[in-house]
Design a binder for this molecule. Structure first.
Ligand code: UDP
Ligand code: MG
Length: 316
């Protein structure tokens, strides 16, 4: 079969790991070509996300050495999601099918064969799903799995334990390109594109070298961004909390009036303070959530570009 495959890999400050994983990706694509799962014109596409180290030099050298490698460089750091999107949009016009993967070797590349088989079986989207997380620390596993559960609860329909290791066909990418939102969260948006999809399970390894760029704080940001970009469920929770609080306050008023008739008026001071503090807290919390959404509207309205491509290595 001669469908052109592009493996799209975002890289940010990965000088330590890239020289190790680049040959692994190259080897994989050669095997896929030999097995007849993709065409001779297939490529490994690196997206340099404004790295501050030698990542781009490494990518340039790789592409000079072997024309299966290609590189894009963004004008500055735009974050994993935007870098990946930039690569996918570039690949969309050149490839029939893409597989996105991180460059740290954590995701098992051997799952790609099955990805391609599922693609030829008629799937437009294939999600790579981690079957185990034994190599992650307890904290990472706990927060990451909590993240998926919380996202689901908040109305963002995402595939459990799937990160951004996935296959997308050309027409799925064309669908994705029509989503104009600036606040990108691919894990939530790709399922909205539709078409036939499936999951392939694999075991996740440890990072080969370098450090994770997703500490807890970034993951919390990703979760907040994901929820507020994809659903208005939290606003609905606010309404529900508000409703319950109003009923409770009616009960409190009845209680206050009754105690007034029995003549214990001064004693109510503590409970009054408690109620005031509680209501104050809930109001601030709700204002914060509404603020999140207004912030989203603000950045969507501006329609700033998600990325700007600065350099592209020669396409041979
Ligand atoms: N990455 C990126 N831009 C960023 C942060 C990360 O392109 O601002 C890339 C990074 O090079 C890697 C992938 O996104 O290929 C995932 O990052 P990482 O491995 O640090 O995250 P984790 O796997 O720990 O969640
Ligand atoms: Mg990683």
């Amino acid at each position: 079969m001669n469908n052109i495959l592009y493996i799209v890999i975002p890289c940010y400050n990965e000088e330590e790991v890239l020289p190790i994983t680049a040959p692994i990706f190259l080897n994989k694509i050669e095997i896929l070509i030999q097995k007849g799962l993709c065409s001779e014109k297939s490529k490994v596409l690196f997206v340099n996300d404004g790295s501050k180290d030698r990542t781009w030099d490494i990518i340039e050298n790789l592409s000079k050495e072997n024309n299966r490698f290609q590189g894009l460089s963004l004008s500055r750091n735009r974050g994993h999601q935007n870098a990946l999107f930039a690569g996918l949009m570039y690949a969309k016009d050149r490839a029939d099918v893409t597989i996105s993967i991180d460059c740290d070797g954590q995701d098992d590349i051997n799952a790609m064969d099955e990805f391609m088989e599922q693609y030829y079986d008629g799937c437009d989207v294939v999600y790579g799903v981690r079957s185990k997380r034994e190599t992650d620390t307890f904290f990472k596993r706990f927060t990451a799995e909590g993240f998926y559960k919380f996202m689901r609860m908040m109305g963002a329909d995402i595939v459990f334990n799937h990160a951004d290791y996935r296959l997308m066909s050309k027409r799925a990418l064309e669908g994705l390109a029509q989503f104009k939102e600036v606040n990108l969260f691919l894990r939530g948006t790709v399922p909205l594109v539709g078409y036939k999809s499936t999951s392939v399970y694999y075991e996740r390894n440890e990072r080969i070298a370098g450090e994770s760029h997703y500490p807890f704080s970034k993951m919390l940001n990703l979760a907040l961004n994901g929820i507020t970009s994809l659903s208005v469920e939290p606003l609905r929770y606010i309404t529900k909390i508000g409703f319950i609080m109003s009923i409770l306050s009616v009960l409190v008023i009845i209680y206050a009036v009754v105690t007034r008739f029995f003549g214990f008026t001064v004693a109510g001071w503590t409970s009054l303070l408690g109620v005031m503090a509680l209501i104050g807290g809930i109001q601030l919390f709700c204002l914060g959530i509404i603020g999140e959404y207004i912030g989203k509207i603000y950045s969507e309205v501006k329609q700033r570009p998600k990325y700007i491509i600065e350099k592209i290595t020669e396409d041979k």
